[in-house]
Design a protein around this ligand. Structure first.
Ligand SMILES: [Zn+2]
Length: 131
């Protein structure tokens, strides 16, 4: 059993979650009671953008994660694992939304994630081509 990444006290019930139920519930309640505009302001002020990403390595392996700062997280990962490539990311207004999506993504099969990744990369290619 894994310990909660937030409090380190409680065990994580669902294997796809990083936080225990108590920590996640508190975060979600806080996010729910915060107006979206306030979340935008907080994100701007703290320079945090709640992001879920997929890195690909060794050809077919993947790592799914959450970060509040994608550029610096990418540098950290690349320093330790230079062959990791960012293949997908999605930004959220609140941390609980992002963590929920991260867990959901981990629960999906590899084929669903592969679809996500290729749809995303098609989109990026189209945007890049347009500019
Ligand atoms: Zn916890």
């Amino acid at each position: 059993m894994r310990k909660c990444l937030k409090c380190g006290k409680y065990e994580v019930k669902k294997p796809h979650y990083d936080w225990c139920y108590k920590c996640f519930h508190e975060l979600e309640e806080k996010d729910k009671s915060t107006p979206v505009e306030e979340n935008f302001e907080d994100n701007l002020k703290s320079n945090r953008i709640h992001t879920v990403y997929i890195m690909s390595y060794s050809g077919t392996k993947e790592k799914i994660g959450y970060t509040g700062n994608l550029p610096s997280r990418l540098i950290e990962i690349k320093q330790v694992y230079p062959d990791n490539k960012l293949v997908y990311f999605r930004e959220f207004t609140s941390e609980s939304q992002a963590r929920r999506f991260e867990a959901w993504l981990r629960e999906r099969g590899k084929r669903t994630r592969t679809n996500f990744v290729s749809t995303f990369q098609d989109k990026v290619r189209k945007v890049v081509d347009y500019f």
